[in-house]
Design a protein around this ligand. Structure first.
Ligand code: NAD
Ligand code: IPM
Ligand code: MN
Length: 346
């Protein structure tokens, strides 16, 4: 297949700035292989919500669903109550399109700075569950604003949901040289969900005898992410733990400006969605200060998912070369995008 359709949701804050650069690189790279992306841009996010009160109307979601893939910048804005866009737009996309594998690779590129003195060879991927856990909205609040207020946020974990993401993580570990999988949870306290996850990993492990399986409580995992990140290969974890440890993973491996992600529907029953791990960064939005590398690497993951492996590799090679020559000189968002584009097609 040579002609793909792409739904683009630039979103809020730095989202539009970094998305522009990701599309610049993507278009330039795929053109070399005779591949095109026919783009439809969706005006979703804070502007739209203020104008119409809408976050993501069902009809628009069904339009988005018809595309081969989705590229998203970031959503969330200080002018909108926290949670409205995050839940009503971003999580609605992830849940409805069944993005049960939230893939978040971390590696330290040659010559990139890490805040760690001796990070070692860091190259791991977090397989974060994307459709369940405490994110499902299974909760409520009573007597809000009174001294007797009660708020609950009940994590939902199903045998079906846990097993499918665990199987995906094992399969990814099989395709990697070190063949190691670490389950991260908190089964010493969250005994209901935690034991389901642990039992599921133990059961699936029997089908993957070559994989070395490890378990860490999430608190201890944060220790090792800082003291010995090279020990990790594939990490499989629940939605909330995965959210938290992937910001930490980004911070130790070159910064949040480099961290890419894919919200994958491995069954291809709906389009997968690619976005940086970072958010809309309101503190630097509109100033051309954002690093677009995470968005550009997300476009590489997008190519990979669609089977455009050469294009995916070309983007990664160009980014790696750009990172290797970063000198500390401040470049604008567009300058970084231009430099990577030039390398990718040069
Ligand atoms: P954030 O990731 O937006 O920002 C955290 C810090 O990292 C800020 O100092 C920011 O300037 C910096 N940063 C982020 N991306 C950067 C980049 N590309 N280059 C340089 N610096 C960068 O997280 P936050 O401040 O917790 O959240 C801001 C908003 O974004 C909130 O509304 C939140 O809900 C939303 N959010 C959205 C997504 C998403 O759309 N996937 C992800 C995380 C947060
Ligand atoms: C991320 C973000 C989202 C998440 C929010 C904005 C819903 O933090 O993509 O990491 O928690 O998944
Ligand atoms: Mn996050």
């Amino acid at each position: 297949k040579k002609n793909f359709t792409l739904a683009v949701v630039p979103g809020d804050g730095i989202g539009p700035e970094v998305t522009t650069e990701a599309l610049k690189v993507l278009d330039a790279v795929v053109a070399q292989y005779g591949v095109t992306f026919e783009r439809t841009e969706y005006d979703l996010g804070a502007r739209r919500w203020h104008a119409t009160g809408e976050t993501l109307p069902d009809a628009e979601l069904e339009e988005i669903r018809k595309h081969d893939a989705i590229l998203l910048g970031a959503v969330g804005d200080p002018s909108v109550p926290s949670g409205v866009l995050e839940r009503g737009l971003l999580l609605k996309l992830r849940f409805t399109l069944d993005h049960y594998v939230n893939l978040r690779p971390s590696k330290i590129y040659p010559s990139v700075g890490s805040p760690l003195a001796n990070p070692g060879e860091v190259d791991f991927v977090v397989v974060r569950e994307g459709t369940e856990g405490p994110y499902v909205g299974n909760g409520g609040a009573l007597r809000v604003g009174t001294p007797a207020e009660i708020a609950t946020e009940v994590s939902v974990n199903t045998a079906y949901g846990v097993e499918r993401v665990v199987r995906d993580a094992f399969a990814r570990a099989m395709a990697r040289p070190r063949k190691k999988l670490t389950l991260v949870h908190k089964n010493n306290v969250l005994v209901h969900a935690g034991h389901l996850w642990k039992r599921t990993v133990d059961k699936v492990a029997a089908d993957f005898p070559e994989i070395a399986v490890d378990y860490l409580h999430v608190d201890a995992a944060t220790i090792f992410l800082v003291t010995d990140p090279a020990r990790f290969d594939v990490i499989v974890t629940d939605n909330l733990f995965g959210d938290i440890i992937t910001d930490l993973a980004a911070a130790i491996s070159g910064g949040i400006g480099l961290a890419a992600s894919g919200n994958i529907n491995p069954d291809h029953s709906a389009p997968s969605m690619f976005e940086p791990v970072h958010g809309s960064a309101p503190d630097i939005a509109g100033q051309q200060k954002a690093d677009p590398t995470a968005a550009i690497l997300s476009a590489s993951l997008l190519c990979d998912h669609l089977g455009l492996t050469e294009a995916a590799a070309a983007i990664e090679v160009a980014v790696t070369a750009d990172i290797a020559e970063r000198t500390g000189t401040v470049r604008s968002t567009a300058e970084i995008g231009d430099a990577i584009t030039k390398r990718a097609i040069g």
